[in-house]
Ligand binder design. Structure first.
Ligand SMILES: NC(=O)c1ccc[n+]([C@@H]2O[C@H](COP(=O)([O-])OP(=O)(O)OC[C@H]3O[C@@H](n4cnc5c(N)ncnc54)[C@H](OP(=O)(O)O)[C@@H]3O)[C@@H](O)[C@H]2O)c1
Length: 287
């Protein structure tokens, strides 16, 4: 409760930056807020992106850096992360590559502590690292179930909890969970993955409610099929690809860069009143 009271004091501050673009009374957008070109600017912000070594996570990490943020990136493979980190440095932002397995809670605690030690704060969390191993639910044994739950669901929760604690102290934060259209409309042979992603979607809404009073916004992006390593088996199977494309309104798969704009929106002041939302970036698959 002490932290909540601290946040309430900050929210009524006369400093427009602390007041999140609202007028001092907090009733209407101030001039600062109305300068729309600035509302997407992430200068001075620190982002932590899991799965930032390739695919969607890498595209989002570079996009947040382009928008002005310093970015810590996490995955299990340091060599891949170092490539992302040097691209972030070339953009002119600070970066921190951290090798960790997000399926393990002690790794999560360490990586969040390392990021805070390096940058002093975390303003944006992108929970993105996940695995996808299609299997019929009748063939899902306990090991398969436990591995999925650790990496695709438990990691999202404990990343939110560890980073959320530091955001509560800051009095603000933006969390973006990368879910999937599978968590809304499950596909055959992706049942356990879909259960995890549905859990991520409900976690997003539950955290948004619980942490709204601390000015922490929690939203999710639900991608359709994106051209990354994860979707290779589907994309390289002409019959499955054809069936998939028929389900989409746009009739095409998605490029990782097409998720960047939504991520910048949800990370920025432009989304200052958006929380608990699930935004499908899916070529119209979920319609
Ligand atoms: N691609 C799609 O079609 C699609 C569709 C819907 C949703 N999504 C979601 O989008 C997100 C990103 O997917 P993607 O397609 O970019 O996947 P990807 O290309 O396979 O990349 C996954 C990233 O997560 C990291 N990672 C995996 N397991 C990890 C672990 N235990 N600890 C730490 N890092 C780990 C990987 O690095 P290491 O292997 O080196 O650890 C890599 O950086 C996922 O949440 C996925 O479910 C993807």
């Amino acid at each position: 409760m002490a932290s909540k009271r601290k946040y309430e004091r900050r929210f009524t501050s006369r400093d427009p930056k602390i007041n999140h673009g609202m007028d001092p009374a907090g009733t209407k957008p101030s001039g600062l807020m109305m300068r729309m070109t600035n509302t997407f600017d992430l200068s001075g912000k620190v982002a932590l992106v899991t799965g930032g070594s390739r695919g969607i996570g890498k595209a989002i990490a570079l996009g947040l850096a382009e928008a002005g943020a310093d970015v810590a990136v996490v995955s299990r493979t340091l060599a891949d992360l170092e490539k992302t980190a040097s691209e972030i440095s070339r953009i002119g932002r600070r970066s921190l590559p951290i090798a960790a397995d997000v399926g393990k809670k002690d790794n999560i605690d360490n990586l969040v502590a390392k990021t805070l030690a390096e940058f002093g704060q975390i303003n944006i969390l992108v929970n993105n690292a996940a695995m996808f191993m299609p299997r019929a639910m009748l063939d899902a044994d306990e090991k398969y179930w436990d591995q999925y739950m650790s990496v695709d669901l438990k990691s999202y929760f404990f990343m939110c909890q560890a980073v959320g604690r530091s955001m509560i102290k800051l009095g603000a934060g933006n969390i973006i969970n990368i879910a999937s259209v599978n968590g809304i409309r499950p596909n055959v042979n992706s049942g356990v993955y879909a259960i995890c992603k549905a859990g991520v979607i409900l976690m997003t809404k539950a955290l948004a409610k619980e942490w709204g009073p601390y000015n922490i916004k929690v939203n999710a992006i639900a991608p359709g099929v994106v051209e990354t390593d994860m979707s290779k088996p589907l994309r390289e199977n002409p019959e499955r690809l054809k069936q998939h494309l028929q389900k989409t309104a746009l009739g095409r798969i998605i490029q990782p860069q097409e998720l960047v704009g939504t991520a910048i929106l949800l990370a920025s002041d432009a989304a200052s009143s958006i929380t608990g939302q699930i935004i499908a970036v899916d070529s119209g698959e979920s319609i």
